[in-house]
Design a binder for this molecule. Structure first.
Ligand code: ATP
Length: 257
């Protein structure tokens, strides 16, 4: 479904992606793992058209999408749940969902139908439908961000760090929902620092290091790989906590907290 070939992305002089290639097949869940600064979010932004790559190609369902505007990439069937959720905080839950269905705005009955489908997946959002999104808990905002993306009826759903900043029980619930979406046939690219949790539910994975793919393969193989265990999984049997903690500190600093 998605083929990224030899992508190079820069921020001025900073060469953030140095020849990344990856594939996501229809119906697959692919995990992209790596430490802070490895280039995961830059890759997401490059795929969804927020940043133009300097070199390389991105094919989606047989057509080139590199160089297209983000809105036409959404129309072609890619939706992103962004890192940090970015719900429209001053709008209600229901209006956030309507915004997610913007590409289908001429079909209001479909939008209504899909909002009810979202409420079936996330019953808490039904209870909160008139509440302003900014007043929801972190977990509820994540559920809203996922539903808002699903409202465009994407062929490919990209989730950028869906577990970031959430409590362990909420993370478990979010991962259960992501797995459920995959089992219902959704194609998913899951970007996660929580490497073990991501590899446990994904079919295949890519490990990014300083803008390059350092390793790729079946998730089961990556979970057993010594370098992955040493760098990303910590002690066997526990979720990786070190990159998580580092990231939480980074976010706190960037929010002035
Ligand atoms: P994190 O999980 O911390 O977000 P990441 O793997 O998503 O990390 P990126 O955010 O993609 O990594 O960053 C890749 C590299 O590009 C890093 O060296 C980072 O400092 C740099 N970078 C990211 N965004 C910008 C920007 N807007 N301007 C300049 N450099 C940037």
């Amino acid at each position: 479904m998605l083929t990224v070939s030899d992508i190079h992305t820069y921020y001025g002089n900073i060469h953030a992606l140095k020849g990344i290639s990856l594939q996501v097949r229809s119906g697959e869940m692919v995990a992209l793992i790596g430490a802070n600064g490895a280039g995961k979010s830059t890759l997401v932004h490059t795929i969804c058209g927020l940043i133009r790559p300097e070199k390389g190609t991105i094919m989606f369902q047989g057509a080139a999408i590199h160089g297209l505007l983000p809105e036409s990439i959404v129309e072609r069937g890619i939706a992103v749940v962004p890192e940090g959720r970015h719900v429209f905080s001053t709008l209600s839950v229901e209006v956030n969902l309507q915004m997610g269905g913007f590409v289908h705005r001429r079909n209001s009955s479909q939008i209504q139908e899909d909002i009810h489908w979202m409420f079936d997946i996330f019953p808490i959002l039904r209870q909160r439908r008139l509440q302003l999104a900014g007043t929801l808990s972190g977990g509820e905002q994540q559920m809203l961000a996922i539903s808002r993306a699903l409202m465009s009826r994407p062929q490919l759903l990209i989730l950028d760090e869906p577990s970031m900043g959430l409590a362990p029980l909420v993370i478990k619930e979010i991962f259960r929902i992501i797995l459920d979406l995959k089992e219902k046939g959704k194609t998913i690219l899951l970007i996660e620092q929580n490497a073990r949790a991501a590899l446990q539910i994904a079919d295949r994975g890519y490990v990014l290091e300083t803008g390059r793919v350092a390793l790729e393969g079946e998730s089961a193989m990556l979970l057993e790989h010594k370098d992955v265990q040493r760098a990303y999984l910590g002690q066997k049997g526990h979720l990786s906590t070190v990159p998580f903690a580092a990231k939480a500190q980074k976010r706190q600093r960037s929010c002035g907290g």
